[in-house]
Design a protein around this ligand. Structure first.
Ligand code: NI
Length: 167
């Protein structure tokens, strides 16, 4: 495993739409391993392939319930709504309120190409929605309805919680 470099919001690559993963080979496994390592090192809860400069539809998420890898993910059902603060590993020190579905059903493939389907709620659903936006070239700062001063978050929450919001 190796750490990859996370690209920042000024990089055009984050604005491009990603292509489907078609080949489920060792190279994909290495990418996913590296993405997970990079996400954990940065104290994030999610990372999408374009954030490490790869324009393919692959994301990793870990909101504290174990590592989830999603290849070619699609939201096939969404229900309810929730509004909370998000951050992004590609937008350091920026925080803002984003409305997301409360519950989603996501269809994807695993690293071997096997079809999977998951029902996710609350923060887990939020994290997956955030990562799927990256695959479309969309950042949370595009859809946040209110940006938050980082100093306000410091007062409100401990640092770990703040870090845990980064995707
Ligand atoms: Ni992000």
């Amino acid at each position: 495993m190796a750490l990859r470099t996370i690209v920042f919001k000024t990089d055009d690559i984050l604005r491009k739409k990603c292509k489907n993963v078609e080949i489920f080979d060792e190279k994909l496994g290495i990418l996913l391993d590296d993405m997970a390592e990079t996400m954990y090192k940065a104290n994030g809860v999610g990372l999408a392939a374009p954030q490490v400069g790869i324009l393919r539809r692959a994301v990793v998420v870990d909101v504290g319930e174990g590592l989830l890898e999603l290849i070619n993910p699609e939201i096939i059902k969404a229900k309810g709504s929730q509004r909370d603060v998000e951050g992004c590993l590609s937008c350091p020190n920026e925080w803002g309120y984003v409305v997301r579905p409360m519950e989603i059903v996501v269809k994807a493939q695993d690293r071997n190409g096997k079809n999977i389907q998951l029902k996710l709620k609350e923060f887990f659903a939020r994290a997956v929605c955030h990562e799927l936006d990256h695959l479309e070239g969309r950042l949370f700062i595009d859809i946040a309805d209110e940006m938050v001063d980082p100093s306000e978050l410091e007062e409100e929450n401990n640092d770990n919680k703040k870090k845990g919001r980064k995707k």
